[in-house]
Design a protein around this ligand. Sequence first.
Ligand code: SF4
Length: 295
Amino acid sequence: MPREIEIKSVLNKTKQRDTWFLDDYTVNLYSSCSFNCLYCYIRGSKYGTNLEASLSVKTNAIEVLDRQLYNRAKKEQYGIIVLSSATDPYLQIEKKYELTRQALQLIAKYKFPVHVITKSDMIARDYDLLHHIDKNAILPNDLKSTLGRGVIVSYSFSTLDNATARIFEPGATAPSLRLQSFKNTLQEGFLSGVSLMPLLPFISDTTAHLDLLFSTFKECNAHYVLPATLTLFGHEKAASKTLMLQAIQKHYPELLPKYQKYFQYGSEMPAYYKAAFAKKMKELAVQYEIKSSIL
Ligand code: SF4
């Protein structure tokens, strides 16, 4: 059972809008994340090795969000709300608590635009609200002509292979179901694309898997694909680097020396890898005619 906690603030204003996700605000209705991705950047001693065990529900989040959105709307401080940045808005417990649905009702009421980022297939439940927001949201002035609508939906994938995903993102919806949900969201007419964050070195960034990813998303008519390399932090028991190296040792022992070499001291892949990665992603975007940014 998740813990229930009370919070003072749930609408976080970002310092600067991120060019990838266009976030002016972020909202996290749950604390920690039962999808439990080994590479997750929120990992560390605060949440322990099993993120699901530290999952909390912000029971007064809707009341607080109502107040905060009211104040922002009164000052006409409209901006894109990213739902979510440090958890998934459609965790399994959302079926019971419906905090995301209630938050979308408020976002619709105060006419804010929203960017939903998810690894789940549960979003179909909220298409009605999302259609309403898409048509009626008030955009910040600089996005009126470029974005021109109120909803963006990004699906996150680190692989399209269900078995690989069970190792690295054991609590998340299987990629095959996620993909079907992505197709449905596109068929609903939403602006929707994919975040490939992160692609796993030598596992899902191989030429064969990249072609599978890009051809699959092209076939779906994805509006954009946002790829990124792997970043791992920490040496303690619950750190993303520790957990990823353990998983590589267990499931891909032949790759362990490479992962150890790259991540023993630093948190990022080496510069030459990142340069080759960026070049390859540019080529694939051109080859498959898919945008590499939302706008
Ligand atoms: S779904 Fe996102 S927030 Fe949740 S564990 Fe995975 S990477 Fe972290």
